[in-house]
Design a protein around this ligand. Structure first.
Ligand code: OOB
Length: 557
């Protein structure tokens, strides 16, 4: 069956900034079965038909969890879609969603998808500067928020956004709406309209068009928008679920913010719902909250960034929580050191899976059948047979086998451009459509990728290149060091000198002199040694919980 609009950027209102795949690639991805099925909103209807009474979603305060069956979630999405349509929202409209892990994140996501409106998935930790930028860049007509979250009143922020960006006509609130529109009230109005036969059934959006706009995880510059289509994102989630062996027997815990690609679609919420599993939304990723939910809901799979994995493992070593149900712990988003990876199974009882992914598309996974060595020391290999990867040197030529180079990629779920970013796209993508990831990687003999750092995360000390990632790995092996980040410090003599910023383990201390001696003993070259040592109480984190080096550099001045 051919689809008339495989390559036409037909999604109304989104066409202006979206770079579609060239026709020959679109044809191939269709023919090979990567792109198939209907738009994402319709899939929930299929799932409800198949898994109706099974529990789809568990959320809300731990003391009073809300449970929705597949049938109930499906109806909630329809009601809310009707309510949103009543407000005048329509296909192609962008809606900036800024919701934490609560039921409304999921119901609103599917309601918007059904309308063909495009959610712009901001992370809860974003604040005025990022939100204003995202609202302008996306041309959002509505902004969805919680009433309060972690002590922050989002309604006050919404007031500022509406004043600054007049195109934002509606503020939708999960919880106490204040002066704005309540999401519950909207759903109730939608339900009434549907019961009275007054709701207009929205036309299904084109599955080849843009479904969601994800936020780039890059730590340089302002966040960019990443247009993901119904077809490519559905593949992303369902192929990931299959790779992880997810079934209706599984319970997936959303510990990371739901708006991030990892817990949303790798396989995350969308992958879990596609196989009839249960999704549990954790209001916080703290070990305290998560361990309680894992024990109570018999969670089998979850995903973390390394900083959280470290926290959970340390907490579990003390508390011995009941994590017997947990079979798979996915860790990704930043480099996981092998020593921490090896502590996961003994403490949490789960197998570890490394995930090296990006909102732009490409996902690399270690496979459940891999031995512990591969799972603990590599970042896996691409999800799809059609993923093309190149590892290139500074001149853009293929690096020697096994050598470190920049990772370039294209494939059936990797975008061909950021949204409304023609200028940036000219350098971020090659003429042949490869996305230049900026990640430095090498390929091991086992065919897996190892991430060695970021292109820009190299310190140039008088002409010698010090890889920050590599030095961080060595620092983390020191028993007195709990967390480490290596950044450049301006130096008159050599241009840049090497500064190690560390958080010490409880009750431990270390001096620069002792650290240098330790690193020399490990066989590190003299030029790799830190020149400066800063001990701090905590390292700044990005909205999803990665160490935020840009902010760290700013703080260090
Ligand atoms: C995930 O996505 P983003 O868009 O927040 O960040 C992508 C970047 C990558 O380019 C790479 O620099 C880094 O984060 N990264 C890793 C990594 N996973 C991501 N670096 C080292 N080791 C890893 N395992 O972070 C993301 C998206 C989907 C699934 C998992 C992570």
């Amino acid at each position: 069956m051919s689809h008339p609009s495989v390559t036409d950027p037909v999604t109304p209102g989104a066409a202006d900034g979206w770079v579609p795949w060239p026709a020959e690639f679109a044809r191939r991805y269709r023919a090979e079965g990567y792109w198939q099925g209907g738009p994402l909103g319709d899939r929930l209807r299929d799932w409800a038909r198949r898994y109706g009474p099974a529990t789809a979603l568990v959320a809300g305060p731990p003391a009073q969890p809300v449970r929705l069956s597949y049938a109930e979630l499906d109806r909630a999405a329809d009601d809310l879609a009707a309510g949103l349509a009543g407000l005048g929202l329509a296909a192609g409209d962008r809606v900036l969603t800024h919701l934490p892990n609560r039921v409304e994140f999921v119901t609103l996501l599917f309601a918007l998808l059904r309308l063909g409106a495009i959610p712009v998935l901001a992370l809860p930790a974003h604040r005025r500067v990022e939100i204003e930028h995202l609202a302008r860049l996306s041309g959002a007509v509505a902004y969805a928020i919680p009433d309060t979250h972690e002590g922050f009143d989002h309604r006050a922020l919404a007031g500022q956004i509406v004043a600054a960006v007049p195109a934002v006509r509606h503020v939708l609130v999960a919880g106490e709406a204040g002066p704005f529109t309540g999401i519950d009230a909207l759903a109730a109005a939608g339900a009434t309209a549907r019961a009275a036969g007054r709701a207009v059934e929205p036309a299904a959006p084109d599955p080849a068009g843009v479904a969601v706009l994800l936020i780039s995880g890059g730590t340089t510059g302002k966040p960019k928008l990443i247009p993901r289509t119904h077809w490519d994102y559905a593949y992303n989630a369902s192929a990931s679920a299959q790779l992880c062996g997810l079934t209706g027997e599984d319970t997936y815990l959303v510990a990371l913010p739901a708006a991030h690609n990892f817990p949303l679609a790798c396989p995350g919420i969308l992958g879990a719902l596609g196989v009839g599993a249960t999704v549990v939304l954790a209001p916080s990723p703290s070990p305290e909250t998560a361990f309680e939910l894992i024990a109570r809901e018999r969670v089998t799979v979850t995903a973390l960034v390394p900083a959280l994995a470290r926290l959970w493992v340390s907490a579990a070593e003390w508390e011995r929580p009941d994590t017997a149900s947990l079979r798979l712990l996915q860790v990704g988003g930043a480099r996981l050191d092998a020593e921490l990876a090896r502590r996961i199974r003994p403490t949490l009882g789960a197998a570890v899976q490394q995930v090296f992914g990006m909102a732009e598309g490409l996902l690399n996974y270690t496979r459940p059948a891999d031995d512990d060595e591969v799972a603990c020391t590599t970042q896996g290999r691409p999800l799809a047979a059609a993923d093309e990867i190149r590892i290139v040197d500074r001149e853009g030529a293929d690096a020697a086998p096994g050598a470190v180079g920049e990772l370039w990629t294209r494939g059936p779920y990797t975008v061909r451009g950021y949204y409304r970013a023609a200028e940036h796209n000219a350098t971020a993508f090659g003429p042949d459509g490869f996305y230049r990831t900026g990640d430095l990687v090498r390929l091991t003999a086992s065919g897996n990728l190892v991430v060695e750092g970021r292109i820009k995360d190299v310190i140039n000390r008088g002409g010698e290149n010090v890889s920050a990632t590599e030095l961080e790995e060595h620092l983390l092996t020191h028993p007195a060091i709990a967390q480490a980040a290596v950044v450049a410090a301006a130096d008159e003599q050599v241009g840049e000198s090497v500064r190690a910023v560390i958080v010490t383990a409880p009750g431990a201390a270390v001096t620069l002199k002792a650290l240098k001696a330790y690193l020399r003993q490990r066989g590190l070259a003299r030029f790799m040694l830190p020149d400066l040592l800063t001990v701090t109480d905590e390292l700044p984190l990005t909205p999803v919980g990665k160490i935020d080096k840009r902010e760290l550099r700013r703080r260090l001045g």
